[in-house]
Design a protein around this ligand. Sequence first.
Ligand SMILES: CC(C)(COP(=O)(O)OP(=O)(O)OC[C@H]1O[C@@H](n2cnc3c(N)ncnc32)[C@H](O)[C@@H]1OP(=O)(O)O)[C@@H](O)C(=O)NCCC(=O)NCCS
Length: 368
Amino acid sequence: MTPETIEAYGVRLRLDRLTDVSDTAAACADPVTQRFLPGLPDPYTEESARWWITEGAPAAWATGGAAYAIADPATDRLLGAAGLSHPVAERGQAEIGYWVAPWARRRGVATAAVRALAEAAFAAGTVRLELLAHEENTASQRVALAAGFRHEGVRRSAGRSRDGRHDLAVWVRLADDPPGPTARLLPDLPEGRLTDGVVTLRRVAPADADALYRLHARPEVVANRVPPVPPTRASIERRCRLAESRWLAGQSADLAILDAATGTVAGGCALMYDEPATGQAMLGYSMLPEARGRGLATRAVGLVAAWAFDIGLARLWAGTRPENVASQRVLTKTGFQREGLLRGRLPGPDGTRVDSLIFGLLPGDRTT
Ligand SMILES: CC(C)(COP(=O)(O)OP(=O)(O)OC[C@H]1O[C@@H](n2cnc3c(N)ncnc32)[C@H](O)[C@@H]1OP(=O)(O)O)[C@@H](O)C(=O)NCCC(=O)NCCS
């Protein structure tokens, strides 16, 4: 059992009090809290807060978990909540959960509370702490990274929100893991973008769905997809919504290529971190027809390659269909070298297999 009060990292974890009712009600009625904690009553009223303080929180303790208010140590005012739930004693496992009131966000309160509570839980015998976040809850996954949790995978359809089921991202910290922050395979871009004044690249966002659907539904782009079938609009929307989560998990850096002069989307470029153990990632790109023929793809690939080597990758690779001369030109102009032909590597149309020409780039090869 964790102690009744924990004071560490600039926050105080203490038991809930009836004087917290109005702050709890205001924080739990906040739309972001409601969206990502779908188990909360909706609407959340002062009555709901009173129930939590007098019945909900004591019940969490009684079943082997913990329920704390996060308070400002100077004023004791409520800043949020943090707790342990779903304890599995025989596995030394529990789940950590939290919310921070809108008036206390973006100043490290959640990170401090999660660190403090994780350490108390480990001291009390927990070995494995799970942190399960809605797959689109990137603020919470950033807290996980800051507090030393590592991405373990996705629990498919394990979450239920007011508008249906969704996947949960699984982040885990073990008792003997370092306290964090967890090193990221794919850090954020410096100031959120890469640019040479002609093209700008930034993380794909939900608002890019129209442009990226138009791009990926084009026949000559579909021909390079694996398998070569047109995407659904829903799959492109999902890809845009999950771009930040997949970046945080170190899986892919999905980038929109913008015309720097107009800010409009000119194409897309993705770095798939397919082999972290050997420091290798795959690069893919495509341009909208109106943006082709101006050297923008070559510039974009050059910028991404420079960033990739800056963050520690050792080698980039790309594959093209043997007849895709335009794409091969982009690669060779950036310094990629042709390394070989992999026969029948990819699924082709109608059950066939197609060959793939493989190109590789080492840091010393770069020409842009
Ligand atoms: C998720 C939540 C608890 C974060 O609380 P917080 O106190 O603002 O978090 P912190 O200040 O400790 O921020 C931790 C990291 O996340 C980043 N972050 C926090 N909110 C962010 C946001 N809305 N957008 C982007 N980054 C964000 C911070 O910049 C910080 O990054 P750094 O470590 O690289 O500096 C808060 O937004 C919240 O209560 N959300 C609703 C409830 C919820 O989602 N609970 C978790 C369910 S799994």
